[in-house]
Design a protein around this ligand. Structure first.
Ligand code: SF4
Length: 393
């Protein structure tokens, strides 16, 4: 196996129905488009493997969209193409995202047999009213069924996504969701707060409310900033009390079950993204594929490569910024010595002022050459991490 490590992200942009809050590059498409997309995708995988023959793949993340909504034979083709053309490490972590309403037990069994060894299930809430508000296609019962089917199919590493700040959510309903999830004994939990994104139906419904909330004015539907903070804290405390360790601002894992693929992003190890909108970081160049599915299919099917429409060589400043604000998302933080080894200059020579300021504000802590956010720093992470931007204008 080559020494150089790579994370591989595969974007499957198909969903059964678009959730009302979602601004991911995904949508509802017919079977012809799905088939053509997979043809383009496998062509892109093959093309990229020729450039990256001297890397071994340490992790694969099949995300979307809803990968489990793709026809089994098409997914089968995608996975087999990866194994055919890449040096996939025998112990590679291979994750597939799953929406509870979309996968049959036989599908899960087949993906597990093909090498997928981790599932990330988007639940968001166990409260039916909240699921309806979000426009999710599944019920809590669907989640229970699919979780049990996943266990029977051999998955011993399952993550569950939970959301806070849902319109109508209250501490009681959140606690109920968490207790329901703990009963299933997942290995990992991701907990994000709802963001009202422009261009989504939620923005039409709650955009004004969101603006009021940001201005500190009373709002009608969304939890206030204080209530949202409380919901986040309730989730954090309950998840930690249930034996998960928080290894990143929004991610919690049982011992040894942190998501290696995401840790790779935060540590800035090289990654390749294939599919529409997917980003790559190779040799400090950030590539971003087109978001236009028709263009992607047209070029991919005729092997008219490359498929990215943006390539940005990252300046040293940009790399330093990313090193800091991605590294500090993790609970373990960053090693000052790693900064020196990466950039050949002392961290203090670049960031002495923000570090001193955040230390004095008790948002950052320094311990034996390691810098990491305190609990308060993680609560105020947007502010704390923005201090590491070098070009603020
Ligand atoms: S299933 Fe996921 S990707 Fe699809 S619309 Fe819902 S949130 Fe977005």
């Amino acid at each position: 196996m080559p020494d150089k490590k790579l994370g591989l992200y595969i974007h499957i942009p198909f969903c059964m129905k678009k959730c009302l809050y979602c601004d991911f590059c995904s949508g509802v498409y017919g079977p012809e488009i799905r088939k053509d997309y997979v043809k383009a995708l496998t062509n892109e995988l093959r093309y990229q493997s020729e450039r990256l023959y001297d890397y071994s793949v340490a992790s694969i993340y099949i995300g979307g969209g809803t990968p489990t909504w793709l026809e089994e034979k098409l997914m089968d083709r995608v996975i087999k193409t990866v194994f055919k053309y890449y040096n996939v490490e025998p112990a590679a972590e291979i994750t597939m995202e799953m929406n509870p309403a979309t996968a049959s037990e036989s599908q899960l069994f087949s993906y597990h047999t093909l090498g997928v060894n981790r599932l990330s299930i988007g639940l968001q809430s166990s409260n039916e009213e909240e699921l309806r508000t979000l426009g999710r296609v599944h019920s809590f019962k669907d989640f229970l069924r699919s979780f049990e089917a996943a266990r029977r199919s051999g998955f011993d590493n399952i993550s569950v996504d939970i959301m806070t700040g849902i319109p109508g959510q209250n501490p009681l309903s959140l606690k109920k969701t968490l207790s329901d999830v703990f009963l299933m004994k997942p290995e990992h939990i991701s907990c994000y707060s709802l963001i009202i994104e422009e261009g989504t139906p939620f923005h039409d419904m709650y955009g004004e409310d969101d603006e009021k909330r940001k201005r500190g004015e009373p709002q009608e539907f969304l939890p206030s900033e204080d209530e949202e903070y409380e919901l986040g804290k309730t989730a954090q405390n309950m998840i930690k009390a249930a034996g998960f360790s928080q290894y990143e601002i929004s991610n919690y894992a049982k011992l040894g079950k942190a998501c290696l693929h995401n840790v790779g992003y935060w540590k800035r190890t090289p990654y390749l993204g294939v599919g529409i909108s997917a980003a790559s970081l190779i040799d400090e160049i950030r590539y971003t594929n087109t978001r236009d599915i028709n263009e992607y299919i047209r070029k991919g099917i005729s092997s008219n490569f490359p498929l990215y429409n943006e390539a940005e060589a990252l300046s040293e400043k940009k790399r330093m910024e990313e090193f800091m604000f991605l590294g500090l998302r993790m609970t373990e933080g960053i090693l000052e010595n790693d900064f020196y080894e990466t950039f050949g200059v002392l961290l203090d020579s670049v960031y002495m002022l923000p570090v001193e300021r955040l230390l004095s504000e008790k948002l950052l802590k320094r311990d034996r050459g390691r810098l990491f956010l305190t609990e308060l720093g993680a609560d105020l992470s947007n502010y704390a991490l923005s201090m590491f931007l070098l070009d603020k204008d």
